[in-house]
Design a protein around this ligand. Structure first.
Ligand SMILES: *Cc1c(COP(=O)(O)O)cnc(C)c1O
Length: 456
């Protein structure tokens, strides 16, 4: 088909929307390593997992054999409010770059929470409701996950208790107020409400909190409060499963127009959007049906794939969670305060880690100033003001398109645009004022985090 016939935006019709999620693990020969109980170092059982998570979600977490899992009708109905998300042909960017490459992106920022996280938030809230729970607890850093979860919970009339890292709570009031608009109870962490919070405050009265501490508080409350469970917005297998909706929609839309991407690019924090974006394409690669190049993009200041080690580690700084085998910088590694808050995570999804270890995927680390240059270039021609996290993928897509300009290659590039950057304007301001710096991590900086890994 002539590329002129491809519209700027390809939307699916309601009848073509996926009715099942795709579980990539079913097609992996080397399965991702199981979560371990940190006490016994034995794989977690369904019973143990169900003490923390809703039972259906615990089942999804452990299921690495069923390729397709039905999306309950209530979730599909909720998806219809903001999905399908558009698949956009970046004609304007192609023209600006003067590249023979064709560029596509899938935009997940068209909902009030502003990112892809709503795709899993509604699923997790649904299963909590179906189990008869009163509510869920979680942590949030910059606030994207907490915002998405509060929207999903208010839709289903569930209680939503969010521990928000104190410095974000005070410095970033906007997402906090969106959460409260949707009825969530937002508490700055560390707080006096939990045992772990009181202990930390006694030791460090002036602390402004951390994600690790907020996780510990949210987990404590979920265990002690009758009718509540804990939910997490990335990293876990279940979250990648829910996010497969991104890749599945894209695949249907692309097949309809005979588009075949050569290179698929996504930013990687805990790996959920990337895992969802690539899922059906990676499945074809694993089954030997088609070949694609996959690129994970991470911040140079938090380089789990490119400079981490593949080992068992805690998922949180407080060391209260199960152990996951993943590319990690060590749970004690504290990333610098870069502006892509959603990418400041020490580890990586165990599914993506296994695929990367087996050579199915590449990874590139980029610096934050070059990320904002790419973000601005993109905003000026494509209209969308991208989130700093998403702009990591834009940066590598642009580099790839410019390389094609040199070589004359007419390849098709596809990237995930995970969200909007309206709440990140202080970061853009720093960039515009020339106040943004690039942290260079030394080998010694990294060795410190990695030396604290648990022995398994
Ligand atoms: C949270 C977030 C990310 C990173 O999380 P993943 O689980 O790696 O996808 C990327 N982009 C945006 C906009 C986010 O909010």
């Amino acid at each position: 088909m002539n590329s002129k016939e491809i519209p700027y935006k390809i939307y699916l019709e309601e009848k073509d929307m996926p009715k099942e999620w795709y579980n990539l693990r079913a097609d992996m020969k080397n399965k991702p390593a199981p979560l371990l109980n940190p006490g016994t170092k034995e794989p977690l059982t369904l019973n143990e997992l169900s003490a923390i998570f809703c039972e259906e979600l615990a089942k999804q977490e452990l299921n690495d054999t069923t390729p397709y899992i039905e999306i309950p009708k209530e979730i599909r109905d909720f998806y219809k409010m903001y999905r399908p998300s558009p698949l956009v042909r970046a004609y304007c960017l192609e023209k600006k770059l003067d590249t023979p490459a064709k560029i596509y992106y899938k935009f997940e920022g068209n909902n009030t929470s502003g990112s892809h996280k709503l795709n899993s938030a509604i699923a997790q809230a649904y299963y909590a409701k179906a189990q008869g729970l009163k509510g869920v607890t979680t942590e949030t850093g910059a606030g994207q996950w907490g915002t998405a979860l509060s929207m999903a919970c208010s839709y289903l009339d569930l209680d939503c208790i969010v521990y928000m890292v104190k410095c974000s709570y005070e410095q970033k009031p906007f997402r906090r107020e969106v959460m409260r608009t949707y009825g969530a109870k937002v508490t700055p962490s560390p707080s006096m409400e939990t045992e772990v919070g009181r202990k930390i405050l006694q030791m460090y009265p002036d602390t402004t909190g951390s994600l690790g501490c907020a996780i510990s508080e949210a987990v404590e409350v979920s265990i002690k409060k009758e009718g509540y469970k804990y939910v997490l917005g990335s990293v876990l297998n279940q979250v990648l499963l829910h996010q497969s909706i991104i890749g599945l929609e894209a695949k249907v839309a692309m097949d309809k127009y005979g588009i075949k991407p050569d290179t698929i690019i996504g930013c990687a924090g805990g790996g959920s959007n990337l895992g969802g974006l690539i899922a059906p394409f990676m499945g074809e690669k694993l089954r030997g049906k088609a070949d694609y190049e996959f690129i994970a993009v991470e911040p140079a200041s938090c380089p789990s794939f490119t400079r981490g080690v593949y080992a068992y580690d805690f998922c949180d700084t407080g060391m209260v969670t199960p152990l996951a085998k993943m590319y990690t910088l060590g749970s004690g590694f504290i990333p610098s305060a870069i502006h892509a808050g959603g990418l400041r995570y020490h580890g990586m999804s165990s599914t993506l880690s296994q695929l990367y270890a087996d050579g199915y995927m590449k990874a590139i680390a980029v610096k934050q100033t070059e990320v904002f240059e790419a973000a601005e270039q993109f905003a000026r021609v494509e209209g969308i003001l991208p989130a700093p996290e998403s702009s990591h993928a834009i940066k590598v897509a642009i580099d790839e398109a410019l390389r094609c300009k040199e070589t004359g290659e007419e390849k098709t590039i596809f990237f995930g645009l995970t969200g909007t950057g309206y709440f990140d304007m202080p970061a853009y301001e720093k960039f515009h004022n020339g106040e943004m710096v690039n942290q260079i991590l030394s080998d010694e900086d990294l060795a410190k985090g990695i030396s604290g890994l648990p022995t398994v």
